[in-house]
Write a protein that binds this ligand. Structure first.
Ligand SMILES: [Zn+2]
Ligand SMILES: [Zn+2]
Ligand SMILES: [Zn+2]
Length: 204
């Protein structure tokens, strides 16, 4: 019988080969990405987490903040946030639920009729490389980064019922993962924690 994820279930995996060994530490389902740490630029006054996705809020502010932060970061890095890339970012930020590439393509087709899957994947790759979005590996879907430009690994609480996904920033957890890898003489390169369960609304 397939095991269903439940609250508190956590798997952790470092998918990096070390001395021809793959070390994995399983607790939910994860994989990782710390690429935007390397791309980090000085944190400006605009860098701030968006509202708790579970709290009632005007989501248009989240989208506006994410887009203006993206423009600022791309300007500072001298990389181009083209209209298409910006549109893809806006689509990913349409809600606090991860979105799959083909759904992005569907929504993009309204404004960019010639868009094809490679167009979308290239834009998503750019946005990930710049630390503006994260890939949620367990869902094969994408989520806007709540603190673009700040150095952090990805830590996510994913509601398996409504899909709402909250990015959290727990330094203690990150330190513990680093220490666990170090004890195993493992050189971690990417780390992401994806915890699936039920959000407070769905658990109520
Ligand atoms: Zn929002
Ligand atoms: Zn993030
Ligand atoms: Zn939920």
């Amino acid at each position: 019988m397939a095991k269903r994820p439940h609250i508190g279930q956590l798997f952790i995996r470092f998918p990096v080969i070390c001395r021809r060994r793959v070390f994995s530490l399983m607790l939910c389902c994860i994989i990782a990405q710390v690429t935007h740490q390397e791309l980090f630029l000085a944190k400006s006054s605009h860098a701030r987490p968006v509202a708790n996705p579970l709290a009632p809020h005007d989501h248009s502010h989240c989208v506006d903040d994410a887009l203006s932060r993206a423009r600022e970061l791309c300007d500072a890095r001298h990389v181009q946030l083209t209209p298409l890339r910006e549109k893809v970012l806006q689509i990913v930020w349409r809600s606090h639920r991860p979105i799959g590439a083909y759904q992005v393509l569907d929504e993009l087709s309204d404004s960019h009729k010639s868009a094809r899957p490679p167009t979308v994947y290239r834009a998503l790759d750019f946005l990930m490389a710049e630390g503006l979005i994260h890939k949620i590996e367990s869902l094969n879907a994408y989520l806007g980064c709540a603190e673009a430009g700040a150095p952090h690994s990805g830590q996510f609480l994913i509601c398996r019922s409504c899909g709402t996904t909250q990015e959290i920033f727990d330094k203690t957890l990150e330190t513990a993962l680093d220490a666990a890898a170090k004890r195993a003489s493992f050189v971690g390169e990417h780390k992401v924690v994806e915890i699936s369960g039920l959000c407070q609304d769905c658990a109520a």
